[in-house]
Design a binder for this molecule. Sequence first.
Ligand SMILES: Nc1ncnc2c1ncn2[C@@H]1O[C@H](COP(=O)(O)OP(=O)(O)OP(=O)(O)O)[C@@H](O)[C@H]1O
Ligand SMILES: [Mg+2]
Length: 239
Amino acid sequence: MGYILQTESVIKQYKQYDAVITAVNRVSIKVEEGEFVAIIGASGSGKSTFLHICAGLDKADAGSVKIRGNDITKMSADELGRFRGNNLGFIFQKHNLIPQFTALENILIPTIMCNKEDASYQESLRKLVETLDIQDRLSHLPSELSGGQQQRVAIARALINMPQIIFADEPTGNLDRANADEVLSLLLKTKEVMGQTLIMVTHDLSIAEHADRIFRMDNGILSLERDYLDPTKKTINGY
Ligand SMILES: Nc1ncnc2c1ncn2[C@@H]1O[C@H](COP(=O)(O)OP(=O)(O)OP(=O)(O)O)[C@@H](O)[C@H]1O
Ligand SMILES: [Mg+2]
């Protein structure tokens, strides 16, 4: 059985003055297709660093990261850019929308980067915009949207190319309870409609508990916090 994501002994160190910080310390994980994995852990424990490495946004010092069997640590910058655009979606804690672009233009950035033809994304655009309920906001600038709407636009941008795997770093981190719950349920609804794998870093245990498995990062070391609730139904998260 091939895993959609498989890392082997990933290490990342930062030098600060004389000290060396091991932000990610020999982390290995195997994620099944369609799974929802949550990663929790204290501030500074290495969650974002690990997620960025898995998505090819940052380079590991050692170890391998395979997505559907392709080792992204061995790809050239060009190859990696193309691979990321076609296979991965990333949702940042701070949505990172481009302020001068409208919501629609922001959503379409990945299609431009991958030279997608209009026809190939129109259907996913329609579905996403409808599921995320942002039809009426498409011509607005990010500054004219609420925090929750901005995050929904960022989700649409991460999903527009129909990536098989979505990485989300605290996607609800700067939203209030009601908006966080709404964004999460929209994300899980979209995941269900489109069938992707979701790897999410979150501080919020009430969100993590919806995951198929929960991992904890502690000082750069990843351990399993809660296994599949029903081991016979590996990819059902019952949300
Ligand atoms: N560019 C960098 N240069 C130096 N040290 C860094 C850098 N990025 C991260 N670190 C250090 O690596 C460690 C892990 O940071 P990381 O951002 O991955 O933590 P985190 O678990 O995501 O924390 P938070 O929950 O606050 O977002 C921290 O000690 C941090 O200070
Ligand atoms: Mg972080």
